[in-house]
Design a protein. Structure first.
Length: 322
């Protein structure tokens, strides 16, 4: 499937010109929408100000978009310094705007090609794409480090997901501050692992009005506990004296199903695979029902072969956010 994604990259890229380096620096104010009393304490953030720096990396002249590299400090300080800076790529449609803008989150073990294709495609259709690196992804993971967002260390995983959600709340504030972005048309989307984080983030950040969940769902433990791929995690946890219910309770704070009712007042699109061998259909349907049975598109594919329907999926995504 990698060859197909690679072909799509070439198809979308047009002429890429490395622009003369241009740097923008500024300060963003994060201001919660309300008193956050309906948001779990672990996902609340106080009013704050943070600095950012943005560098123009590419001018895609035929696509009429620019690609900027953005970074700003995470609101969370982890034990790994590299992880405490949030890195992103901003795919900006040319023109004054204001246009919608969408946070794009990556798959579990991808090379980031898919998310870049999605962000670029959005920008080509007048929707800004902000591809943000999750905790311990890309430059947020030190070279030769084995630390990952998902691991057998449940506590580290839960804290990594929390940090990522809070990072996305700061990213939302950054989008809201931009003169070319419409602050009333902010969204978030993700694929596979990124879809779980996107749904969870939208539940905790009211400013994200539109959400797209690609190849995702909710109810981790019921869906994955006896799955063969989860055996190493399960065996390690049980060897330490744990069981299914204990793990379910521990994972609940990062499971989008726990507070999926908060998505009922958002505009939600779910794109799912009928024969998904990674995310069981039951998990997709559970999240869909809990979030108010909004728009869902079923692809006649599996988790990996869904890439064959990428263009169809992108059409639905553009329609949803535009």
């Amino acid at each position: 499937m990698r060859w197909l994604v690679a072909c799509l990259v070439v198809m979308f890229a047009a002429v890429s010109v490395h622009a003369q380096e241009k740097v923008e620096k500024g300060t963003v104010s994060f201001t919660p929408t309300d008193d956050q009393k309906n948001i779990p304490e672990r996902y609340r953030l106080p009013p704050a100000r943070f600095d950012y720096e943005m560098t123009l990396k590419k001018d895609l002249s035929l696509s009429d978009i620019q690609v900027w590299e953005l970074h700003f400090p995470s609101p969370v300080t982890s034990r790994i310094p590299a992880n405490n800076t949030v890195w992103a790529e901003y795919y900006r449609p040319r023109g004054p705007g204001p246009f919608p803008c969408v946070i794009v989150l990556d798959i579990t073990g991808g090379n980031q090609t898919l998310s870049r294709v999605i962000a670029q495609h959005l920008a080509q259709h007048g929707v800004g794409g902000l591809f943000v690196q999750m905790a311990y992804y890309g430059p947020r993971r030190p070279p030769d480090s084995n630390v990952r967002l998902l691991s057998v260390d449940v506590e580290q995983t839960v804290e990594g997901v929390r940090q990522t959600v809070l990072d996305m709340r700061y990213a939302t504030a950054w989008m809201e501050s931009r003169p070319e972005i419409n602050p009333k048309k902010l969204g978030i989307m993700g694929t596979s692992l990124g879809s779980f984080i996107a749904a969870l983030t939208a539940e905790m950040e009211p400013k994200l009005d539109k959400v797209a969940v690609l190849l995702g769902g909710g109810g981790f433990i019921d869906g994955f506990y006896y799955n063969g791929m989860a055996a190493p995690f399960r065996m390690t946890f049980e060897a330490l004296g744990g069981d299914k219910e204990m793990l379910k309770e521990a994972i609940a704070p990062v499971d989008p199903l726990t507070m999926a009712y908060r998505l009922k007042d958002r505009k939600l699109l779910m794109v799912a695979a009928k024969n998904d061998e990674i995310v069981p259909r039951s998990m997709t349907e559970d999240l869909w029902k809990a979030a108010g049975e909004q728009q869902i598109v079923w692809l006649d594919a599996g988790h990996y072969t869904a890439v064959l329907y990428l263009m169809t999926g992108l059409d639905h995504i553009v329609d949803h956010f535009k």
